[in-house]
Design a protein around this ligand. Structure first.
Ligand SMILES: *[C@@H]1O[C@H](CO)[C@@H](O)[C@H](O)[C@H]1NC(C)=O
Ligand SMILES: *[C@@H]1O[C@H](CO)[C@@H](O)[C@H](O)[C@H]1NC(C)=O
Length: 255
């Protein structure tokens, strides 16, 4: 009984010991596994938390940086806009003070024609559409440039006639008359002895019949010096249409 018991015990013990041992070992292993897995969990959790924290930190940093950049950009654009606005306003004010003139045609006083030289037109500079502003001076057929810079210079001269010059030449009645009309914008400057031809417009009137009108328009930009004088010369002053101020004009303005 005892033996049995003992045996039994032993047996059971032994029997039980084994499984118990086994179970203990497995338990211990299980415990170890559980512990390691919990450590693993903890580590994982820690890592995840750290990662999350890092991500959050980085994200926050980036957001802040973005916010800063955005704020900086906004400040910059506002400042730039104000600067541009200020400059545009100053430019506008400066533009208003720039020299300019628009002259219109008046009845021409016939002048004795010099050889190899076209007569210069004289102009209205105050009445109607005509004006001179900001120190641009009109004196004795000349526009006097008050300050150096790039100027747009323009002129239109309308010619009119009743008969074709060409026909006259062909008939041989007035062989000294040209078969074309010419407009020249001339510059006279103190630094150069000869007048300079800035712009020239030529039109043939050969093919034109009776009662003709021909406008010649010229316009371009020039770098001019203070004191330069500009004028408009024409091949034949008697052909200039001086009847209306919008037909024949001359002007310049600083760009
Ligand atoms: C235009 O007239 C001016 C003044 O009379 C003269 O000096 C200049 O040579 C003329 N220009 C032309 C192209 O004939
Ligand atoms: C234009 O120039 C003439 C002669 O140089 C001068 O007498 C006149 O006062 C000037 N006019 C203006 C508005 O400056």
């Amino acid at each position: 009984m005892a033996e049995d018991l003992g045996l039994d015990f032993g047996e059971t013990a032994s029997v039980e010991m084994l499984p118990e041992e086994g179970s203990c070992r497995s338990k211990a292993r299980g415990g170890l596994e559980a512990r390691s897995s919990s450590i693993c969990w903890a580590l994982t959790c820690c890592l995840v938390l750290m990662l999350a924290a890092l991500t959050t930190y980085l994200l926050m940093g980036q957001l802040q940086a973005q916010g800063d950049t955005c704020a900086q950009f906004q400040a910059l654009t506002r400042r730039e806009f104000e600067h541009l606005h200020q400059r545009a306003y100053t430019d506008l004010r400066a533009d208003r003070n720039k020299p300019r003139a628009h002259l219109t045609v008046v009845r021409q006083i016939p002048t004795t024609r010099l050889k190899n030289q076209f007569p210069a037109l004289h102009w209205e500079h105050e009445l109607g559409l005509a004006f001179t502003k900001n120190r641009m001076n009109y004196t004795n057929k000349f526009l006097v440039i008050p300050e150096s810079g790039d100027y747009f210079v323009y002129s239109q001269v309308t010619f009119r006639g009743t008969t074709s010059k060409c026909g006259k030449i062909n008939q041989g009645s007035q062989p000294n008359k040209p078969d074309s009309i010419i407009v020249v914008i001339t510059k006279v400057t103190d630094s150069y002895p000869e007048p300079t031809q800035l712009l020239t417009g030529t039109k043939s009137v050969c093919e034109i019949g009776s009662n003709w009108f021909q406008p010649v328009y010229l316009g371009a930009m020039f770098s001019l010096q203070e004191g330069d004088r500009l004028m408009v010369n024409v091949s034949d002053i008697s052909l200039v249409d001086y009847t209306k101020e919008d037909k024949t004009f001359f002007g310049a303005f600083l760009l």
